[in-house]
Design a protein around this ligand. Sequence first.
Ligand code: PMP
Length: 380
Amino acid sequence: MAYFDNNATTSISENALEVYRRALAEDWHNPSSPYRSSARIRAGMELEREELAKDLGLKKEEIIFTSGATEANNGVFAHFATQANAGLCCLVSPFEHPSILEPARYWFKDKIRYLPIDQEGRVVLDSIEKLLSENNICFVSLMAANNETGVLQPWKELAEICLSKGVFFHCDATQWIGKLPSDGFDLCSSFSVSAHKFSGPKGVGWFACKEPISMQLGGEQEMSKRGGTENYPAIISMLTAWKDVRFQLNSPTNRTEWRDQFEKSLINLIPAVKILGLNSPRLWNTSMFVLPDFENLSWVGKLDKLGFSVSTGSACSTGKAGHSGIAQSMGLSTSEVRRLIRVSSYWEHGESDWVHLLSAFEQVSKELHKEASYSSVISF
Ligand code: PMP
């Protein structure tokens, strides 16, 4: 498998695709309609919701199906807008996904406070009690795993602190769910998830919330918390993908070692490469690094020709130099941002895929240096 951009999106699994196709063809009725075909769909959806809630240690009523994480993240901030109007503050990390940071700026304006981070791009909780007590914080939001570097954040510890202080804690769990065990999310006041990060379809996810937050007005669907006809085929397909992936989450694996070996070999090959979050616990599938030479798009283009899809950062920041949230938070220069590459594997990758990826980097490195030496001869 040469697709190494799974933090941007994963391909839909065969099972999820089959269920999706069948439901599109057969179970297309509106789940809210008053006849049997709809009642059957409604009952199926509620059974699935119950099973999912059980997996996550939640109550069935605490799960709302959404169009994905962007909607859920926006919805939770919109809910807290009244608190912003009352002069209260929110506390977020500086490298949250734009679907957190932009609503935070929109609703809270100068009432945003930022969590401190270390040089690995990980939130530091040393001064959290002080931050919470001195800033009139009504709402805290921290992602579980960073989408760019894969660095795991201390979200469980922060959830516990917020719980003990009675402060609402939201976790953007988009990159964690489907890659690591889901225990502990019941500590969060709310969390958001996206199906296309774990081999489900795009445009569907869930928002789990302990409080009766209305995310979307204009309909009584989803217990009146999120108006709009439920996308049953996408929901059932997502939950098929979830059931398939959840069994893998606890299985012993040396996936981290394959990624680490790739990084060690990359350092041997290109000693000046800078790996972000190298000394932090990270998602087993992710590696993000600054290469010392040549713009990232030159690497990406040549790797693509060799059959390897890698990215220059998060899909949301691609093409916008300087817009990588983590790069900005970690103080990378504009020139470093232009040399950033992210590779992200998935469950189907084996050790040999990482080895082949390394060989591709080796070949591209040679080609780029050769071309650079030609062009310097020509310009001489
Ligand atoms: N949060 C994070 C951390 C993400 O990586 C993404 C997807 N890039 C999102 C939120 C948005 O998810 P969705 O595509 O479901 O709106």
